[in-house]
Design a protein. Structure first.
Length: 374
């Protein structure tokens, strides 16, 4: 555990230095593998079918092996591989065999994934916690069941669909991941087992609760922080709602977002749980990122889709800049087309995206600095 923490500190330090110096990594060190685009949910806020039009298929074993061949042949192993595309990774029938194969061929690489929590049964928890290669898990939730749900009465109706809104009076999360009681039970069991392992000094993954910020969601965010602290999550991540594919959705104004994050930080401090937001950088990190002049992700990251095609970002999966079935990792990463995404200056394809920016890039929000332009 101590060695893992030291390794993480070293990697974060080298990334910070690269950002500050404007130097791109020799090879990508953060890899996202789109092992499936199938999902057991169909959230309104998710762009996978409407905007991205992703194929609802799984990555094959053959494609995985070919991709791993490229990483093994490259200079140095990736620091991390995240087995999450635009679906629920636990739906892939070979999820755990994929994890085992990565651990076998890339033993120095940390493996992580993001889940909506609905498939995290006791059996799944046992399999997850038995694999030391899995070091990071994000659980995405935007609402919690109300203790007095029976007293809420008739649910508000979504005027767009005619369907009752998820969560009753907690309607702010109607476009997020629903959280029925069974999911809470599953997560409580997983966190209990995970924390028991850690208490015994055994390797255990960091499990974070990931929350999308909606308008007028202060009470929801506060409840989720309390929930995360009570269940024993290691940290909470706050992320922005991306409305570019759904102009009918609304996200907080910049000012409201700042207030939500400030409230969340104060509440998290009270409850003794770490809280982070990639849209609330401290002054040192903002200087390293040259005050939002480029995306902090692009210096060392690639997205590999179910067919082995490489894109610079999960939101730009259609911008295929290489193919790991036919090209080496170095050929893809050092191509002129890929280098242009790093800079100088934002790439035109990134215009309007502020997923990793401090300020807002959209016209419907106030920029971070008075008088500045998005």
């Amino acid at each position: 555990m101590a060695a893992r923490k030291l390794r993480t500190l070293y990697r974060n330090g080298t990334k910070f230095a690269r950002l500050a110096l404007g130097v791109r990594s020799r090879l990508p060190r953060e890899v996202q593998l789109e092992i499936t685009n199938r999902c057991n949910l169909d959230c309104d806020m998710c762009p996978r079918l409407v905007l991205l039009k992703v194929p609802e298929i799984d990555m094959s074993r053959e494609t995985l092996e070919r991709v791993l061949d490229r990483f093994v042949a490259a200079e140095g192993q990736p620091h991390s591989i995240t087995l999450t595309g635009w679906g629920e990774p636990l739906m892939h029938k070979e999820f755990f065999s994929f994890v085992d194969r990565i651990a076998e061929r890339l033993p120095e690489t940390d493996v992580g994934f993001t889940t909506n929590g609905h498939l995290v049964t006791k059996r799944i928890t046992e399999q997850v916690l038995s694999r030391e290669a899995i070091t990071r898990i994000n659980v995405s939730l935007e609402e919690l069941p109300w203790e007095d749900a029976a007293a809420v009465g008739p649910l508000p109706v979504d005027e767009r669909t005619g369907n009752p809104m998820k969560g009753g009076i907690n309607y702010v999360a109607r476009d997020g991941h629903p959280t029925p009681p069974k999911v809470v039970d599953h997560l409580r069991h997983m966190l209990s087992e995970r924390n028991a392992k850690a208490a015994r000094g055994e390797p255990a993954p960091e499990i974070r609760l990931q929350v999308v910020l909606f308008p007028d969601s202060a009470e929801t965010v506060r409840r989720l922080i309390d929930f995360g602290a009570e269940l024993g999550f290691q940290a909470i991540n706050l992320v922005r709602l991306d409305v570019r594919g759904r102009p009918d959705l609304r996200r907080p104004s910049y000012e409201e977002e700042r207030e939500l994050i400030a409230m969340a930080r104060a509440r998290a401090a009270e409850r003794g749980i770490e809280l982070g937001s990639v849209n609330d950088h401290n002054s040192i990190l903002r200087m390293a990122a040259h005050d939002d002049q480029f995306c902090m992700r692009l210096d060392s990251y690639i997205y590999v889709d179910v067919e082995g095609q490489v894109a610079p970002c999960c939101l730009l999966r259609g911008h295929r800049l290489g193919d790991l079935k036919t090209q080496s990792l170095d050929e893809v990463w050092t191509s002129p087309a890929f280098k242009r995404f790093y800079g100088p200056g934002p790439h035109p394809a990134c215009e309007g995206c502020d997923a990793f920016m401090h300020r807002y890039a959209h016209d419907n929000a106030t920029p971070a600095v008075a008088g500045s332009t998005p």
